[in-house]
Design a protein around this ligand. Structure first.
Ligand code: ATP
Ligand code: MG
Length: 374
């Protein structure tokens, strides 16, 4: 360790690649004496790797173990490139970094049955060896082993950095899947996955416009919400389930949507379907927020916070609650999740719990993550 960097000012790197497969988010953060962001970088997925991961996620029943193993390793190589790019851009040395918190790429998430598990790829041993930095990964399985959902895990971080003992706050993360963290001024923090965030919007947009996402939601804004279709989508069991609950692309995907589209007789204009999917995200998130105190402040993060159409819909449903982004609280919306996994790596190194049982349903708080020494 360098003389300039005392232990409590050490940096932690957070590496996040979420369900959208849009990019790898990398952040370097110090948590003491105060939260300080030392660098951020959005690292692209090599096209080939992204296509292989898409194929693995969408056709999970038809992949071989050698494919899984190879992708696990190739992802680690790409994560190492991302870390190395951040270090060279910021001038941060590996010995200033206490650990990398690597979420990994979720390829399956099935916490609920007797043999519940979740699987994130991105070989931790290889990443540690390639970067020379300790790596913490596999954050979710310890919570599932204790009967929890293994998700969402970001609420503990939200509580640590965004909670206020005098104000009711709600954090809404709109990634591929959307999740909420309800933080009453007094009382227990709760939170759960509300359902689709961007994932159905992205897939429908790719299918009809050949673009990875509906920039600013302009296509959705050009359509009309189809109330009958919206009502049908809202009958899905997931939305009625009580929390704790979590979900992923193995549930909310193109087949899910197609099943409901087939169940309604009429043909829909693609733009109207897009508008309806945007409304589905807005309605399901709003219903979750409405379980919080009536005077709650709402803060958005995740890529969906950049979607102007979605923001408008959310603000309309949430009115009169004030809606802002987490930027107001000191972390720009694109970096909250990556910062959370840096924070969870720090918690692992300090043997502090990373889950909140009232969120995940685990039987107790647990130290999360597997540690790989370089
Ligand atoms: N300008 C924009 N207009 C519309 N949508 C956007 C815009 N920028 C980003 N997005 C949406 O945000 C998504 C990426 O969000 P994010 O990185 O938070 O999700 P993620 O990687 O799936 O993370 P999570 O782990 O939370 O699921 C994109 O796939 C896209 O749908
Ligand atoms: Mg992302």
């Amino acid at each position: 360790m360098s003389g300039a960097t005392s232990t409590n000012q050490m940096l932690y790197i957070g590496l996040m690649s979420g369900t959208s497969l849009d990019a790898i988010d990398v952040i370097a953060v110090a948590f003491s004496p105060a939260l300080r962001i030392a660098g951020t970088l959005e690292h692209p997925f090599p096209d080939r790797l992204r296509h292989q991961l898409e194929a693995l996620i969408e056709h999970a029943d038809h992949v071989s173990l050698s494919d899984v193993g190879r992708l696990d390793r190739e992802l680690a190589n790409t994560y190492a490139d991302a870390v190395s790019a951040l270090l060279s851009e910021t001038g941060i040395r590996p010995d200033e970094v206490a650990a990398i918190g690597c979420h990994g790429q979720t390829v399956w998430h099935q916490p609920d049955d007797d043999a519940g598990f979740t699987m994130q790829l991105g070989n931790g041993a290889a990443l540690a060896a390639l970067t020379g930095i300790p790596v913490v990964n596999d954050f979710r399985n310890a919570d599932i082993a204790l009967g929890g959902q293994g998700a969402p895990l970001v609420p503990a971080f939200h509580q640590a950095v965004f909670a206020d003992p005098t104000i009711n706050r709600v954090i809404v993360n709109i990634g591929g899947i959307a999740n909420v963290t309800l933080m009453p001024a007094a009382g227990q923090v709760t939170g759960y996955d509300t359902g689709p965030g961007n994932t159905l919007l992205d897939r429908w947009c790719a299918q009809h416009l050949g673009k990875p996402y509906d920039d600013d939601g302009t296509w959705a804004a050009s359509g009309e919400t189809d109330d009958a279709l919206l009502e049908t989508l809202l009958t899905d069991n997931y939305f009625a389930m009580d929390p704790p609950k979590s979900t992923g692309r193995e549930y909310f995907n193109q087949e899910w949507l197609q099943r409901y589209l087939n169940s309604v007789d009429e043909e829909r204009q693609p733009a109207d379907v897009q508008a309806t999917l945007a409304e589905l995200t807005a309605v399901t998130v709003s219903r979750a927020v409405q379980n919080s105190a009536a005077d709650s402040e709402v803060y958005l993060c995740g890529g969906g916070a950049r979607n102007a159409d979605l923001l408008q819909r959310l603000s309309r449903h949430l009115a009169p609650l004030p809606v802002a982004t987490t930027g107001t609280l000191g972390i720009e919306p694109d970096w909250v999740e990556a910062a959370a996994f840096a924070w969870l790596a720090r918690a692992r190194l300090h043997s502090e719990p990373g889950n909140i049982p009232s969120v995940t349903g685990a039987s107790r708080p647990a130290v999360l993550g597997a540690l790989h020494a370089p």
